[in-house]
Design a protein around this ligand. Sequence first.
Ligand code: CP3
Length: 355
Amino acid sequence: MSTGSERLLAATRRQPVDATPVWFMRQAGRSLPQYRSLRQRFSFLELATNSELCVDITCLPVELLGVDAAVVFADIMLPLQGMGVAFEIREDVGPVIADPIRSAAQVERLRVVEAEEATPYLFPAIRGARDRLGARAALVGFGAAPFTLACYLVEGRGSRDYPRVRSLIHSEPELWERLMGTLTEVLARYLIAQGRAGADVVQLFDSWIGVLDRATFARHVAPHLRSLIERLRPVVPVIYFSTASAHLLDLIAATGPDGVSVDWRVPLGEAWETVGHHRFIQGNLDPALVLAPWPVLEEAARAVLSEAGQRPGHVFNLGHGVLPNSDPDRLRRLVELVHGHSGSRLDPPGTGLAD
Ligand code: CP3
């Protein structure tokens, strides 16, 4: 039997596995009672900046749920600390930027610093988690993709469809270019440093890219994404995650990630067809189904596995983060189900080796 880390890494190389690897986005910091009790004593930022607690929280889901990967306990906003951007994480609101970026002068003032200087606590945490996990589980590092970080910087906080960002792109394309260039540089350093510290794979969270039309994505975002991915891939494999982006999947694939993580709005088989079977695919159970009665959840999870069709290169995940009121016991049972009823073959039925 393979270890979690072997399974996950084999899937990222599209090699056959004895069972489909599985992990969940936001598996550490949302529904686990152990995390919630730590949060009674510490704020999120106090936890994230404490390397030892960070290792504990990162490894918790591997111990409790049996997942094949741990995701580093951090946040997409952390690199902003090094850039000189003040923000807070407000209860029930999420990240809030003190002084949203709307002018060229503000973009000029953004600092580009080395990752170790910007987030010194993160790299000991990655090395510690890598050590503690051993072969039991792979370690997923992450950051925002430049567009999603720009969304928070410009809008100032989360929004339904980021109107200020969309208008800035078109009214001040040069300012937008400079902002995306700076963010791409910071994120490249941040994610390369995570790979060097021991992350086995890194995931780019482009949670809000779905608000863009194809032409805007192709012209104002894709070139930055492509250059970021090109810099990362020699160091560490890259998963690109987004939601509500079925209309962009072919353009996303063309930016060159090793794997693409899709949400539940698109059938996994169809998404895989679009991004190409030479990439691995991750997803895509609706996180709301974890709250449904078990037989409903079980049927939906089997449907996701069947969409993958025993093709090598499927990493089972939810289509977005674990919802806060999910029952950890449910998640554990879901991991067992995926491990018990899956696996991939070199020649999945009806596809042939040359596929
Ligand atoms: O399991 C994990 O916690 C893994 C680490 C992780 C966090 N954030 C910790 C966190 C990951 C992978 C993220 C990604 C993240 N952060 C994304 C992309 C994924 C997605 O859901 O689309 C985004 C958009 C953010 C921005 C962000 N940070 C938001 C919207 C919030 C508000 C609260 C929430 O849980 O969504 C945060 C704060 C945050 N990030 C917390 C944690 C554990 C705080 C939760 C708490 O108060 O305890």
